[in-house]
Design a protein. Sequence first.
Length: 201
Amino acid sequence: MQALYKTIDYIRTNYPDQFIIADAKRGDIGNTSKMYAESFFGEMNVDSVTVAPYMGQDSVTPFLGHDGKWVILLALTSNKGADDFQYIKDPEGTPLYQNVLRKSLEWGGNADNMMYVVGATRAEMLSDIRRTVPDSFLLVPGIGAQGGSLADVCKYGMNSKCGLIVNSSRAIIYADSTENFASVARAKAAEVQKEMSAYLK
């Protein structure tokens, strides 16, 4: 926790315009969620927090009540276990992840304070997701070590209204295990950034 606070303070001091995401995947009963939200948005002063939606509206709305802060709702994740629940279809044939997207739009969130996690390993699903939430940013983890393709993410997920926050973690964090880690990790991050810049053009 001390390392987390120091990291946030360092970023706020040296890079005040950077958007800070607490990838905490919180989501509990209403009162507990309220305390989590106050902790992340108040005490830690992060810009956004990832939230698990599966306990429903009262577990999510406490995070939506903070001006200038963002909820990043788990919709379609990049892990193998996502298949266990997220693709289960209702009697109308709609998969659970799509019902999460649709229902969340009723909770008071909008494109100004809610975005969604959509794994890069499910890039082909981004087209359907864009039809449901065309105005929302998407946080897309899973490129690199998890096997997701940045090219596919951009092909299916970019539109003219809003963009993507594409995340690469393991490919950078575990880029090197020697005393050269900092320079190797920096080079790997720069490589990903260069590829992203090409698609933005």
